[in-house]
Write a protein that binds this ligand. Structure first.
Ligand code: UTP
Length: 297
């Protein structure tokens, strides 16, 4: 039987320069879509997929992130006194049991591959998930859950993949597809941030992975790739052609790139519109903005 995926690594040690000056003191992952921080969406998705151990790779200045998962004793007792049971329920989602969560420090932002490698001693000989919280995915069935189900069939290593137009491919790792089986594709190559004419397909890798522990061995070599960073994609690519193999998974859902300002704003609007308590007011405002814009043209 295939080993279950019960551990997830959340690399959150990046500098978040695209959100400066906010990220000077607020970790990007604590920034909120409506009223929940990005990290909460990631944790919920991991839980739905059966993850039991949550490993954060953090860096200096991320203490707000660690505090977020603590019990807020004083706040909770105040809410209890005031009979605010609904708010107490909401707070419950943020609590983690002792031992469920671990923090590892990445001392220097040397790249995503390096961040994952920093968690190596907490992963034994078992498959593990990697979730990038700035990729937020709205889906009926959470993306990682879809992947865990597909992985039960394929084994190996699996990356979430999404179709992108050719001019956007150079912002991603891109898959060279060996066999297209529908939602799953087998992979014969991966190129990190290819020039538009060099992209082997329109299937781009986004921030969800299920990885075989052999990937950590490849990361041990600490080879730098695109942008002078230690790239996770390069280490996964070393698994191609092994008996384990690499698969791409076309997830069902809408992905928002919340690492970029435009993506973050789009997600804010979309998540706002999906909320019963906000939808009407927000929609009316958007219609007003569009009407004003049209009138001004
Ligand atoms: P990004 O490429 O979005 O980088 O990292 P960033 O530093 O977060 O943001 P910008 O580009 O400066 O605005 C993708 C993911 O990998 C993590 C980030 O925290 C983010 O979740 N990461 C990246 C690390 O943990 N360590 C690194 O050295 C690099």
């Amino acid at each position: 039987m295939r080993a279950k995926v019960t551990k997830a690594i959340f690399p959150v040690a990046g500098l978040g320069t695209r959100f400066l000056p906010a990220t000077k003191s607020v970790p990007k992952e604590i920034m909120t879509l409506v009223d929940r921080p990005l990290i909460q969406y990631a944790i919920d998705e991991a839980r739905a997929a059966g993850i039991k151990e949550f490993i954060f790779v953090t860096s200096r200045g991320k203490s707000a992130l660690e505090d977020y998962f603590d019990h807020a004793q004083q706040l909770e007792s105040e809410l209890r006194k005031k009979g605010k049971t609904e708010l107490l329920e909401i707070l419950k989602e943020t609590n983690m049991d002792s031992g469920e969560i671990a923090y590892v420090r990445q001392h220097k932002a040397l790249g995503l591959g390096h961040a994952v490698w920093c968690a190596r001693r907490l992963i034994h000989n078992e498959p593990f998930a990697v979730i990038l919280p700035d990729d937020v995915i709205a889906a009926e069935k959470p993306c990682l859950q879809q992947m865990v189900e597909a992985y039960a069939e394929t084994g190996g290593s699996m990356v979430a993949a999404m179709e992108v137009p050719p001019e956007k491919a150079s912002a991603y790792g891109v898959l060279d597809v060996q066999e297209d089986m529908g939602s799953v594709v087998s992979v014969k190559g991966m190129v990190e941030k290819p020039a538009p004419e060099a992209a082997p397909s329109n299937l781009a890798v986004i921030g969800r992975y299920i990885l075989n522990p052999h990937v950590l061995k490849a990361l041990n070599k600490k080879e730098t790739g695109a942008g002078g960073e230690i790239q996770l994609t390069d280490a996964i690519a070393k698994e191609i052609g092994t008996e384990r193999g690499v698969y791409g998974f076309r997830f069902r859902g809408q992905r928002f790139d919340c690492g970029s300002k435009a993506g973050f704003l789009q997600a804010t609007v979309s998540f706002g519109l999906s909320r019963d308590d906000l939808k009407d007011e927000l929609m009316a405002y958007l219609q007003e903005v569009i009407a004003l814009d049209k009138a001004a043209q």
